[in-house]
Design a protein around this ligand. Structure first.
Ligand code: HEC
Length: 120
């Protein structure tokens, strides 16, 4: 009897610990974040994210998928007329291909669009 209880307790502890370790910070989603109150601009907020994570593959004549994201006009067109918001938020087929950007970065790009694409 005691042995069964001990095994059961052990199982519960193991399962609980497993759940804790798999619940990583990556699962934070944009809707879990506090709303952004300060003004988002391309120069201050968006360019560092896109230049650091996207333009390596998305600039110049050989840009992947023909999509150029370097500079204000290209980045704006990609968000406004293209699939940028869909792909950065697509967990199963994300951009960048190595994995989704942190929710805080994705929220900044969404807020930039919502605020009307301020440049600086
Ligand atoms: C390692 C290279 C690489 C990086 C980095 C990268 N991409 Fe891509 N991207 C690709 C490739 C290859 C494709 C075409 C295949 C596909 O759609 O999955 C693509 C396709 C896309 C598309 C679809 C274009 C269309 O016409 O529908 C979008 C939107 C996009 N990327 C946005 C981004 C954004 C935004 C970032 C940065 C957050 C980014 N990508 C970073 C390689 C990259």
């Amino acid at each position: 009897m005691y042995r069964k209880v001990t095994l059961l307790t052990l199982a519960v502890v193991v399962i609980t610990l497993y759940n804790c370790t798999t619940n990583t910070i990556d699962e934070v989603e944009i809707e879990d974040l506090p709303p952004i109150v300060e003004q988002i601009t391309y120069v201050d907020d968006v360019a560092p994210i896109i230049n650091g994570n996207c333009v390596g593959c998305h600039s110049g004549p050989s840009a992947n998928a023909g999509l150029q994201l370097d500079g204000y006009a290209n980045a704006r067109a990609g968000v406004e007329q293209g699939n940028v918001l869909n792909r950065i938020n697509n967990a199963s087929n994300p951009m960048p291909p190595t994995g989704q950007l942190p929710a805080t970065d994705r929220q900044i790009i969404e807020q930039w669009a919502a605020d009307g694409f301020l440049e600086d």
